[in-house]
Design a protein around this ligand. Structure first.
Ligand code: TXA
Ligand code: MG
Length: 334
């Protein structure tokens, strides 16, 4: 397939491709998305094909105006209204009961749908001109690190989709927080830069966190308690080509252990990459993490040594969630 490489100026052409059932990759503030008309089953089916994505993994539906969530769900609870007022447009996906018109293909057969209004002019213009909600998973080949730059999308999807809109690098760098508000207790299914604390402040009540997010050892993964509620959380994710080990402990010990392992591995002829963020610089870590993994793939690194982020519930926790998956839960404590 001949993929059109577009810019912001071509937004109407891109929107027409979506209307015609085609696939367009576009920037959002979190990561690049691969979009299709959310209400067109066939178009959504093509997204799964292009990404090589398992078809029971539901997609996030992007709306251009907050009120358009009403096309997708029958009711808005006071919590949902407060969350929309506080965080949209922005990196918060709300999992709500779905209306009949939302195809099974889009929701992976669930009776809920994930909806968000992105905070990116290009994304909002695309949705507005297309005149339909846009289903969009991250615009990477399934299993690879999420794309935060146009070049990442071109690497993965050139030749597989109708068009790619080249825009700026993504401001946030990790995907949206996914919050299930379809039941009695709001529950975080995927952590992001909008944290449990932010959400609690907006709705004035405690939120729950899917226990699967506390998994940090492979043996935990198989246990029933840690079966993730969000289908997408169970798949192999974000994996660089290199083997990856996370080192956790005090700053000093982590630094010296990374250094020790680096020297040893380089002596054995391995190319080693190190990911060690400034202490508590979680926003920067979120911004840079996926791009660093892709960078190391490009340099044909054999082994990545990464310092764990010490944060139990904030933005650092969200980055750690991605880091653990990238490393296949391979973490060493020092
Ligand atoms: O920031 C983002 O959310 C990006 C940009 C493009 O908007 N999109 C994104 O989509 O990360 P994706 O498909 O890579 O991840 C969607 C996540 C998956 O873990 C999926 O299982 C979960 O959201 N999800 C979607 N709908 C759901 C539902 N109805 N119930 C539970 N989890 C849902
Ligand atoms: Mg993804």
């Amino acid at each position: 397939m001949d993929t059109k490489i577009l810019t912001e100026k071509d937004i109407k052409l891109a929107a027409q491709i979506i209307k015609d059932g085609g696939l367009v990759a576009f920037p959002t503030e979190t990561v690049y998305g691969l979009g299709a008309d959310a209400l067109n089953e066939e178009a959504v089916g093509r997204v799964y094909e292009a990404k090589g994505r398992p078809s029971d993994n539901p997609m996030i539906v992007h709306v251009g105006r907050a009120s358009d969530i009403g096309q997708l769900t029958p009711r808005l609870s006071p919590d949902i209204v407060a969350l929309i007022e506080n965080f949209w447009p922005g990196p918060l996906t709300l999992v709500v009961k779905r209306k009949e018109n939302v195809p099974d293909r889009t929701t992976g057969g669930l009776d809920t749908v994930g909806v968000r209004m992105p905070d990116s002019k290009i994304a909002l213009d695309l949705i507005t001109w297309a005149g339909c909600p846009i289903a969009a998973p991250s615009a990477n080949i399934s299993g690879k690190p999420s794309p935060t730059k146009a070049e990442h999308v071109i690497e993965d999807l050139n030749g597989k989709v109708d068009a790619i809109i080249k825009g700026p690098d993504c401001r946030v760098g990790i995907e949206s927080t996914v919050l299930d508000v379809s039941g009695d207790t709001p529950t975080i299914l995927r952590p992001g830069v909008i944290t449990a604390e932010n959400i609690e402040a907006a709705i004035g009540k405690k939120v729950a966190v899917d226990p699967a997010l506390y998994v940090n050892r492979p043996r935990d993964v198989s246990s029933e308690e840690f079966k993730p509620k969000s289908p997408g959380m169970k798949y192999k994710h974000y994996a660089p080509k290199a083997d990856m080990t996370i080192i956790e402990g005090s700053r000093e010990k982590v630094q010296s252990e990374i250094e020790r392992l680096r020297v040893l591995n380089e002596k054995m002829g391995n190319k080693v990459g190190v990911i060690l963020f400034e202490e508590r610089a979680f926003i920067e870590a979120a911004h840079d993490f996926f791009a660093k993994l892709r960078e190391m793939d490009k340099q044909n690194v054999d082994l990545i040594l990464a310092g764990a982020l010490s944060d139990t519930d904030g933005v650092g926790f969200a980055v750690m969630n991605r880091m653990l998956k990238s490393a296949g839960y391979n973490i060493v404590r020092v």
